[in-house]
Design a protein around this ligand. Sequence first.
Ligand code: IYR
Length: 225
Amino acid sequence: MNKQPFKTIPYERTSYSPIEARARAEEHFEMMDVRRSVRHFSPAAVPRDLIEFAIKTASTAPSGAHMQPWTFVAISDLTIKKKIRIAAEKEEFTSYEGGRMKEEWLRDLAPLGTTWEKPFLETVPWIVVLMAQRRGVNPDGSNKKHYYVQESVGIAAGMFIEALHHIGLSTLTHTPSPMGFLQEILHRPKNEVPYILFPIGFAADNCEVPDLKRKTLDQVSVWFE
Ligand code: IYR
């Protein structure tokens, strides 16, 4: 059997005392517990380097066979944002008003107050479309296998949301459905499919969010000790 080269480097572990770890855990929870999905954004500009940092942070996510099967498409161009709004609202109108979303779904969404209208797609300073690479492409153009793509991209999406929140930016995991129009507007290759569209900006000064409660620790965990 051929032995593959397997190079290692020392892992530099960050160490905290038990007291420090507890304080950090609590502080981090409190920071994340105030995060909310936002649908009302300020038009205030967001510097490109903040978006770059969030993408770099998300791209530290673990992935199947370390293939990092994601592409972050960052858009501040107004013409493209307008095109995205028009195409997304067309699909959403069919979903909400044209019967594509059934009654139960509409009832479940009622507490969120969502409609087919997505004005934020045009007013936000940035839209980032996260694309999942169903397969990769070798330098010679042949296919490269990717593994656990949904899981890998989902983890990167979560880390992206956290990175944005950490620096005071807000976003929304927007999934206009179907999302095929993004492929065309953004000229993405066939091996990529849109995963989530993130409108990104500062929450508007008068931003209101639904009064949601989170499940308790008991409701979301089971323990064997
Ligand atoms: N894509 C629609 C509908 C929608 C679906 C779910 I599930 C949500 O949690 C929120 C909205 C929209 O973006 O309005």
